[in-house]
Design a protein. Structure first.
Length: 156
């Protein structure tokens, strides 16, 4: 994380000279120590983030694929008049524990066309779906599978 903070400093300054580099190193060290002392951050968090980079890339790929599939489904519903819209409100419980994973899942569902997360409480999600096809197997979706793997790698 200190390296990321330093790189952000350099990017925001739009140049690199001795003055910017020394000031950036001091600022990055100060911010990182503040994060460690007051925000519960540690080098273990850095290691967990680095270990989760491949899973994060996989999660983004799954999200983009699901957005594509949902766009196709919603377009079919909109442009074919004979297809009936049967909105549903679906509730399901997930095994995700961390707030970050729960927020990622809720936002991913909302970003996917035809679905919107309307509630979440202690892992119980309420999702409004455009039809019953979109409501199928939400508790075991690709989003949940990748997020569970990410949580497991953080615990290890």
């Amino acid at each position: 994380m200190p390296i990321v903070l330093f790189l952000l400093w350099v990017i925001f300054n739009a140049k690199l000279n001795w003055e910017v580099a020394i000031t950036g190193l001091l600022a990055a060290a100060f911010v990182y120590s503040f994060m460690c002392k007051h925000m519960g951050y540690s080098y273990k968090t850095d290691i967990a983030i680095i270990k989760n980079i491949p899973l994060g890339i996989k999660f983004i790929a799954v999200l983009l694929w699901q957005i594509y599939l949902s766009n196709r489904d919603v377009s079919r519903i909109v442009f074919h008049r004979h297809e009936e819209i049967k909105p549903q409100l679906v509730f399901f419980k997930t095994q995700l524990k961390s707030d970050a994973a729960l927020v990622a899942l809720a936002n991913s569902i909302t970003l996917t066309p035809g679905t919107i997360t309307v509630s979440e409480h202690e892992g119980m999600f309420g999702v409004h779906c455009l039809n019953e096809h979109m409501a199928e197997d939400m508790d075991n979706s690709d989003f949940v599978k990748v997020l569970v793997k990410m949580e497991r790698s953080e615990d290890a």
